[in-house]
Design a protein around this ligand. Structure first.
Ligand code: NAD
Length: 471
């Protein structure tokens, strides 16, 4: 760990011990123990019960790191991962068994060949998490690694240090530590981890670090899954139910104080409905925070660096704050804040807020909104469409994103059985549901060619005879 940076009660894993830790999980994978289905199920159950037993510690840590309420801690962190455990436990037998492939087509000679996909764990994996959902975004992919039969080293975000320590204690206390372990630390420790050979690296976080990780992985041709950033547009047309749109979008900026990779970064609203939309946002705000946001269960910004980054956006914007705007640096409190802007060049549109701030940009029509969105960021993680069915079709047909929700905020990424991931610059690969299992699995094709087929295979052997080649 950088000796200049000291985080109270946070203990980095000694860099010198990292090669040994990695060698242990690699040796465990090589022992074949983790391939046993019953063993995997036991580990998933152990994780489930560990989360249950460690709930008070995790809730307290999340409160300390993010001022996260117990309600959000359950809903979006602890129960989220427990649901992924139960989902994978329920489906593991069917995911893990060989799947048949039909007989080879277009080849009569090979028709009796029996083909199948064998599901094999990739091996020793590294999972790097981020700070906004420090439990969920580290342990949800981890459930996929366990289910697939991989071993794993987990690297929680140091920006949520109390949670990182609680997770380390929980994993070390409850899981098989020769297969699963936690390394804490910052750039030095992560660098040491990246110097090791992995069979898969799973990273959630910002694009600049993703490039470092992808470059490092390329040196050893290690596959990566990258779950990256937002820049998510919301389209609101004159056909939208404006009150509903405002309420649902405010929810995604109030939840976790908008520190959600999926929440809208900017709203492209048709001019005739902008006033109503602003009014509706303020009404929803009153509804959510009857005693003011300060006296609510609103999560705080993770740290001073991010608080100042967000404050800087408000200092630099040429727009007008039309909802919220109050903040307190001493407690890192910041209200959900809407800024009415008149240009797509505004900092609130161009930069990912990853916090409670979002822009509202009036547009002439949906075509202009789509043009702006494609110009600002062609491949966002998510997009949202509030309007008529035709409007939805236009948005879907002329834009792309990791996922899209129609008439709501990020419902498309809220369920254990649905895969989640980005596209282009918002990420590569996906997980959750079956995708979590597939993410850590190699589908090995196996062809079984019976010996009695030999007479049919005459056609492939020399000396070739045209007369024997049947078409
Ligand atoms: P962060 O600061 O928590 O960093 C993420 C991880 O990268 C941490 O574990 C950290 O230790 C590691 N890291 C930092 N610097 C490193 C370096 N030089 N080398 C190696 N590892 C390093 O979080 P962040 O990067 O600020 O994350 C915010 C971004 O993540 C936003 O863009 C957000 O949209 C995105 N995000 C994406 C998802 C998703 O699922 N797609 C979820 C949450 C956040």
């Amino acid at each position: 760990m950088d000796p200049k940076i000291q985080i109270p009660d946070y203990e980095a894993t000694p860099v010198a011990s990292i090669p040994n830790i990695c060698a242990t999980v690699r040796a465990t994978f090589s022992s074949n123990r983790t391939k046993d289905l019953e063993w995997r199920k036991i580990q998933l159950r152990k994780l489930y019960w560990a989360l249950t037993d460690f709930t008070p510690k995790l809730v307290a840590a999340l409160k300390k790191d993010l001022n996260k309420s117990e309600y959000e801690a359950y809903l979006t962190e602890i129960d989220w991962v427990k649901n992924d455990c139960t989902y994978l436990l329920k489906h593991l037998d069917s995911y893990a068994k060989d799947s048949k492939i039909g007989s080879p087509e277009l080849s009569i000679a090979f028709a009796p060949t029996r083909m199948r996909y064998r599901k094999e764990p990739l091996g020793a994996t590294l999972i790097i998490g981020t700070y906004n959902y420090p439990v969920m975004l580290l342990l949800a992919p981890f459930t996929g690694a366990i289910a697939a039969g991989c071993t794993a080293v987990l690297k929680p975000s140091e920006s949520a240090p109390a949670t990182a320590m609680a997770i380390k204690e929980m994993i070390e206390d409850r899981l098989d530590n020769s297969a699963f372990t936690v390394v804490n630390g910052m750039v030095g420790e992560t660098g040491a981890l990246l110097n090791e050979k992995w069979d898969k690296i799973f990273y959630t976080g910002g694009a600049s670090v993703a490039k470092i990780i992808a470059k490092k992985a390329a040196e050893t041709l290690t596959p990566v899954t990258l779950e990256l950033g937002g820049q998510n547009p919301a389209f609101v047309t004159r056909h939208a139910n404006v009150k509903l749109a405002a309420r649902r979008m405010l929810w995604s900026k109030a939840l976790n104080a908008g520190q959600v990779c999926l929440s809208q970064n900017y709203v492209l609203a048709e001019k005739p409905i902008v006033d109503d939309l602003v009014k509706a946002f303020n009404e929803a705000f009153e509804d959510f925070f009857p005693n003011g946001a300060k006296d609510s269960e609103l999560v705080h910004v993770i740290n001073e660096r991010h608080f100042l980054r967000l404050k800087n956006m408000l200092d630099k914007t040429k727009g007008k704050i039309v909802m919220g705007g109050k903040m307190d640096q001493s407690t890192l409190f910041m209200e959900p804040t809407a800024v009415l802007v008149d240009s797509p060049e505004d900092i609130t549109v161009q930069e990912e807020s990853f916090g409670p701030i979002f822009a509202i940009l009036p547009v002439d029509n949906l075509a202009q909104a789509i043009e702006i969105a494609n110009e600002v960021y062609r491949t966002p993680l998510a997009s949202f469409s509030f309007g008529s069915k035709e409007d939805h079709q236009t948005v879907l047909g002329h834009t792309t994103s990791g996922g899209t929700t129609l008439n709501d905020s990020f419902s498309h990424a809220s369920f254990s059985n649905v895969s989640f991931g980005g596209v282009g610059e918002s990420g590569m690969g996906s997980y959750r549901g079956k995708a979590s299992f597939d993410c850590f699995t190699h589908q090995r094709v196996v062809a079984d060619v019976p010996s009695w087929m030999e007479p049919f295979l005459r056609v492939r052997y020399m000396p070739y005879k045209w007369g024997e080649l049947k078409r």
